[in-house]
Design a binder for this molecule. Sequence first.
Ligand code: ADP
Ligand code: ZN
Ligand code: ZN
Length: 752
Amino acid sequence: MQVWLEAGSEGQAFTYANANRPDGGARVGDLVRVRLQGRHHSGLVVGHLERLPADVRGKTILPVEAVLQRAAVTPAWQELIRDVAGACHTGLFRTLRSALPPGWLGQRARSGEGRRQWWLERVEGAGEEASLTARQRDLLAHLRRHGDRRRLQDLVRRDGFGRGVISALEERGLLRRVAERVDSPARQTLGRASGDPPVEVSRPLTPYQETALAAIGEAQPGSVLLLWGVTGAGKTEVYLQAAARERQAGRSVLMLAPEIGLIPQLVDRCRSRFGDAVVEYHSGLSNGQRVETWRRCLEAAREGESLVAVGTRSAVFLPLDPLGLIVLDEEHDSAYKQESPMPCYHARDVARQRASRSGARLLLGSATPSLESWLACHDPGGGARLLRLPERIGARPLPEVRLVDMRLELAEGHRRLISRALMGRLERLKERQEQAVVLVPRRGYHAFLSCRSCGEAVLCPHCDVALTVHRHSSGREWLRCHWCDHRQDPGDRCGHCGSTAFKPFGAGTQRVMEQLAEELGDLRLLRFDHDSTRGRDGHRRLLERFAAGEADVLVGTQMLAKGMDLPRVTLAAVLAADGLLHRPDLRSGEQCLQLLLQLAGRAGRGEQPGEVLVQTYCPEHPVLRHLVDGRYERFLEEELAQRRHGGLVPFSRACLLRLAGPTASATATAATTLAERIRAGLESAGWALIGPAPAPVARVAGRSRWQLLLHGPAHERGEDTGSPLPLPAEPELRAMLPRGVSLAIDPDPLAL
Ligand code: ADP
Ligand code: ZN
Ligand code: ZN
């Protein structure tokens, strides 16, 4: 049989014999112990072999030594992995590695059978029982007969109580769930008991929220819903109440957010409703913690506990079962796309596949839906349903957007980074006890340096990008590469002409902070960017300080726009919007408008109305026009019409093959050879091959990068990204490349 071990670096399975044992031997999905090169490993049985593969014929085949855990992955979960592997044109084992928590196989072998069990305890005096259903009262009486305490598994399997009854009682605080180690003689409680009554109660919904919630409840299993509502319209409240219903039906819920910075807020809101049924899964956890969450999900599936799992994109693979609902918040966000390593999946696509296989419903939420999801709601074959929350809670008005034409500022002799209009607005901030957020598209001090004598920019020695100037609070400056993290002293000579005189260009967050401090000395400032939010709780801590009123202005990069809810913020400003507008990318218009609208959503969430100021040299840009009009839907319609007309994504398919190698010539040769070998197959399927060509940033961290763009035939109604590509399988493609040249296949690249 085929056993997948994490030892297989190239993502392959190893062959073992299934010894005839009394327990019936290992089956697909079991976790087993095997021997490889004299060492024990745990591995996952991923397949049976009818015939031995050629490479092991004639060699001794070792037996599987022990079954460590039966059905460690379910058949349905394996099917999902197969789906993803197929859609992403990636081998099965590579896909498995990316889906399972890092170290999952190894950990399991070390810690053995330290399993735990769930017990339910009656909570005395937790409230009146008058309003309970007959079945709920039965359960409480039943527990009383068992000394107020019984194993969850026994309640479900032996005594026949449904999961819905149990979670309903838990939610009312009448039952408490306690974990105990199976192997420990004494009672040992893990974690906090769920007895503390939930802090936050669900609110009466607005009529729009009611309609949305009802539609979610009525939706067919496997269907997709798009909840479109501006920030502050009450989407999260809908998620929470939809989740509560799933739990009452005994099903688990998966809640995804695009970025780790958004997780704490979502976890807090879920915990206050669902207590210890909430688990987390994201890159801010250690490997051990991720394994622990994974295990908890497996146990919950076995024992009939319904969980609410909150996480970033990789959480889409958590083994929840039965799964009733997947919520994907901020569904338009490009962080849902995995760029590397392979599989280059989009969590939204995986969630859709998962929903249709498992019968869960997929609820996408956004204030600025992606073109793809919007199309799925409007196209007769798209199969998604649109739900709208057209107003903010309390009918708070959306902020007014004003453009500041920086050309006029300049013409009137005002050469500052910060326009007079913005200055005036900031000056009044303090007396009104209000706060502002200021978006600067770049971090660092200056965007780059250029040589005064030859005009060339100072580049990173390892990448084809300009170095950014950073400044320490002591005033010391250094240069940094935002791609490979190379650092150097700014005093070095120009690599082109040897001059030592440089001129700085472009302002980053640090420079804007300094400028603000100079001109508005009494404003208190905080910086929110990649550099100032390091560490596990970096985001949260900074936002908490700002929310507590430690500063008047928060200056930050794009991450400012995402999800924070700060009632005293009445002004959102963008310096140099042009840096966001003029990018040579198919989706740049969409992404820029999404970002600006999200940012606008930060202002005016409290009592005071909000305002948005956008500084630009190009106020007539269509994206800014749509921003001022606040008509996102019009933008989507225009954009879709253009793409349909031009046969562009999603009305055709694109696939990017990205190669990286040690030298430009080796990589170019490899790319050319690869192109020659796949061209015929592509063309006969109606696809075009564009390239090979150097990647837009042709060198990163000393590796030379080339790419091949594959373009599929036009398609009236939007392409299905899950259908197979006219390409040889991933291992065959890899075999066409020399050693040292790596390959990534991106079947639906976001950036084109
Ligand atoms: P979104 O997720 O769309 O940004 P939220 O669900 O966070 O919106 O709601 C915005 C604010 O309004 C939150 O403070 C939330 O607690 C509150 N809220 C949501 N729904 C209601 C409701 N039905 N009644 C009163 N307040 C609500
Ligand atoms: Zn020079
Ligand atoms: Zn670099």
